[in-house]
Ligand binder design. Structure first.
Ligand code: HEC
Ligand code: HEC
Ligand code: HEC
Ligand code: HEC
Length: 258
């Protein structure tokens, strides 16, 4: 009886041991299993399957390198990634949830998304080292389940909205209700404008809100006498519509552990 129990325990444990070690020697075994740092599939001895989604050597220290993770967190805050993205459950829900994205993508894919962004994500000229720190931070916040409110993909029709017409030649924006608008790259991307995650303007000294935006559109110099933006002639209706377009449906402010 005792022998049978021991045998069962033995079989169970070999069945769950990671087969990574058929080809690799162990390291960091006290910190966790191979897949806790590298992902991949530990149930097979076939390399291609075992390596599927692998977190490679350059990124696998995201659980133990607190310094790189902290550096990544700081860069992420400074660059205001959260005015468009949720990270660790906090931010505006205008673009993919980056913690969910980090849970299902390889570090190399995340790196490419940051270094070669699509039209509605700004290009940040980060060094490779900075991108690597950001990714280690994101991997640390990654959750295995995808966001409960999946990022909506908008199909823009050809009809122009008022933002496209009046602001879109210079600006871009992602909105909750209309998706992406505008084609301009000469002025800031306004996504997430009325939120604590949007970078504050020094001359204003507090977060943007609807009232400030209204006055700004009428006369930007009313809030910053050095600004390069000229007043935009708008009817009352157009002004109200732009203000409404920039509303954010979902923003998560509560404290998160990240
Ligand atoms: C059949 C043998 C085999 C198995 C099983 C296997 N590997 Fe590998 N692994 C290799 C070989 C060979 C390389 C060298 C690079 C290459 O050929 O891809 C490698 C490379 C690696 C690297 C370095 C890649 C880099 O670019 O940083 C890591 C990390 C790694 N394996 C982790 C794992 C983990 C984790 C598992 C289990 C989930 C695993 N391997 C299972 C054979 C294997
Ligand atoms: C605590 C996280 C962690 C765990 C657990 C871990 N690794 Fe790694 N692994 C790393 C890091 C970090 C590197 C980069 C090189 C280094 O620091 O040794 C790495 C590098 C590797 C490499 C590339 C070759 C090398 O030594 O540079 C292979 C292969 C590898 N690990 C396989 C495994 C296997 C197999 C297991 C499970 C037995 C495992 N690792 C467990 C973090 C981990
Ligand atoms: C103005 C809004 C905006 C800001 C600010 C922004 N992004 Fe993005 N980001 C996007 C959009 C939109 C996408 C989706 C692109 C697509 O679907 O092709 C995206 C996609 C990504 C992806 C790929 C996600 C996936 O699952 O495909 C990563 C990674 C990413 N962003 C990282 C960052 C980081 C890091 C920052 C801050 C340094 C940042 N983003 C700032 C709008 C933004
Ligand atoms: C001809 C180009 C142009 C048009 C059209 C334009 N803007 Fe601007 N806007 C700019 C420039 C350039 C800046 C940056 C000025 C600066 O920082 O001093 C700017 C800045 C802003 C800012 C401040 C952003 C920040 O991060 O501080 C807001 C808000 C803004 N614009 C809203 C709008 C809205 C809303 C419209 C449409 C009604 C609009 N703009 C139309 C060129 C334009």
């Amino acid at each position: 009886m005792v022998i049978r129990i021991i045998l069962i325990i033995f079989l169970a444990s070999t069945a769950f041991a990671e087969l990574c070690t058929t080809c690799h020697s162990e390291h960091y075994e006290k910190t966790g299993s191979c897949i806790s740092c590298h992902r991949g599939d530990g149930r097979t001895s076939r390399k291609n399957i075992a390596h599927f989604g692998l977190i490679t050597s350059s990124y696998a220290d995201f659980k133990i390198n607190a310094e790189a993770v902290e550096k990544g967190r700081k860069i992420t805050e400074k660059a205001s990634c959260r005015r468009c993205h949720l990270i660790g459950g906090k931010g505006n829900d205008l673009a993919p949830d980056l913690s969910a994205s980090a849970a299902k993508n390889t570090a190399e894919k995340l790196d490419k998304s940051i270094s070669e962004p699509t039209d509605f994500m700004p290009k940040f000229y980060f060094t490779k080292t900075s991108r690597t720190s950001i990714i280690k931070y994101l991997l640390g916040t990654s959750v295995s389940e995808t966001s409960k409110n999946p990022y909506a993909v908008y199909f823009t029709d050809s009809s122009e909205n008022v933002f496209d017409k009046k602001c879109g030649g210079c600006h871009r924006v992602i909105t909750s209700g209309y998706g992406p608008s505008g084609i301009g790259d000469t002025a800031p991307n306004l996504s997430g404008l009325y939120s604590e995650f949007y970078p504050q303007r020094k001359a204003i000294g507090k977060p943007w809100d609807k009232k400030i935006l209204k006055e700004w559109m009428k006369n930007p110099r009313s809030h910053d006498k050095n600004t390069l933006m000229a007043p935009v002639p708008l009817t009352e209706k157009e002004s109200e519509e732009i203000i409404r377009m920039l509303e954010i449906e979902k923003t998560v402010k509560e404290h998160s552990p990240f």
